[in-house]
Write a protein that binds this ligand. Structure first.
Ligand SMILES: NC(=O)c1ccc[n+]([C@@H]2O[C@H](COP(=O)([O-])OP(=O)(O)OC[C@H]3O[C@@H](n4cnc5c(N)ncnc54)[C@H](O)[C@@H]3O)[C@@H](O)[C@H]2O)c1
Length: 274
């Protein structure tokens, strides 16, 4: 059994040879799925460029993440800025281009939505809220992909992933704008899968199960959501950021080059149970 385990480990290491020294760009790198995926890709030998939006008080965690990634042997390039700001995007793209960095894996993992009901006499969602949520959580994926191609920094044979949720097709109180953003994000991914195919780049939405992260804790009724997900998940537990990170590493291997245009459930089967 130990010999078999060693064999599998060696064969995985051989597979990771293809990823060594390549770069991932993670939008939303400092927490949750973004941070876990950065670590998992770094373990597979990749370098990490990351964008995040953190106040001074959040920076010690970001510095620790950078240290962890570098301890794993990764080169890092981090930017603390709004990923939906066109000027900032230009600056990052220019930087990547000047440093001759090619992005092999792009992960869109931004959590920045308004969590207000559509209909409320006291605190209803406004037009600005809706536009901001859709812009950050969905449309920014398109602008980043366009920019990476325009600057010729997107690697042939690469991967694009975007984090969606069951909210892309279901409702939850106060989740209307984020739900709309998820539906739009899944649609953008399908379109990108079509338009990126000539570059041999795949695009997939990753539909994670309910996962205990800072973003989840901001959703009104999150405790109820956690209890529901735990009780209905066939595995009897929540999804973890690491579950998703491992799946993204596997999907980034050359062997997965024919998987494109999907919404892939990484949730232990949570979504198939009513
Ligand atoms: N947590 C869940 O249960 C769950 C389930 C399915 C999908 N998702 C989706 O996964 C994605 C990531 O969520 P998470 O739970 O890891 O959240 P998180 O709060 O742990 O991390 C969000 C990250 O986004 C960054 N960020 C937010 N706004 C930004 C901006 N404008 N510019 C740059 N960086 C910005 C933050 O700095 C942070 O690094 C989101 O799209 C979320 O909707 C979450």
């Amino acid at each position: 059994m130990a010999v078999l385990g060693l064999g599998i480990q060696r064969s995985m290491q051989t597979r990771f040879e293809d990823m060594k020294g390549k770069w991932a760009l993670i939008l939303g790198v400092s927490s949750g799925f973004g941070a876990a995926t950065a670590k998992a890709l770094a373990r597979a030998g990749m370098n990490i460029c990351g964008l995040h939006l953190d106040r001074k008080s959040g920076m010690p965690l970001v510095d620790q993440l950078v240290q962890d990634l570098e301890d794993l042997g990764a080169k890092t390039l981090f930017f603390n800025c709004n990923a939906a700001d066109a000027q900032k995007r230009e600056q990052v793209l220019q930087d990547l281009s000047e440093k001759k960095i090619k992005i092999h894996v792009l992960l869109h993992s931004l959590a920045f939505g308004t969590l207000k009901p559509y209909l409320s006499t006291e605190d209803a969602l406004g037009q600005k809220h809706m536009e901001m949520t859709l812009d950050v959580m969905a449309h920014s994926l398109v602008y980043w992909t366009q920019g990476l191609l325009a600057y010729e920094v997107l690697d042939r044979g690469g991967r694009v992933f975007a984090m969606t949720s069951a909210g892309g097709e279901r409702v939850w109180k106060s989740y209307g704008a984020v739900s709309a953003a998820k539906a739009a994000l899944e649609s953008h991914i399908r379109q990108l899968a079509l338009e990126l195919a000539p570059y041999e780049i795949t695009a997939n939405s990753i539909r994670a199960g309910v996962t205990d992260t800072p973003a989840l804790r901001k959703i009104p009724g999150n405790q109820h959501m956690i209890e529901l997900a735990t009780s209905k998940n066939p595995f009897g537990r929540l999804t973890t950021p690491e579950d998703v990170a491992q799946a993204i590493v596997a999907l980034s291997l050359p062997q997965c080059s024919w998987i494109s245009g999907n919404v892939l459930g990484i949730d232990g089967g949570e979504n198939i149970v009513d």
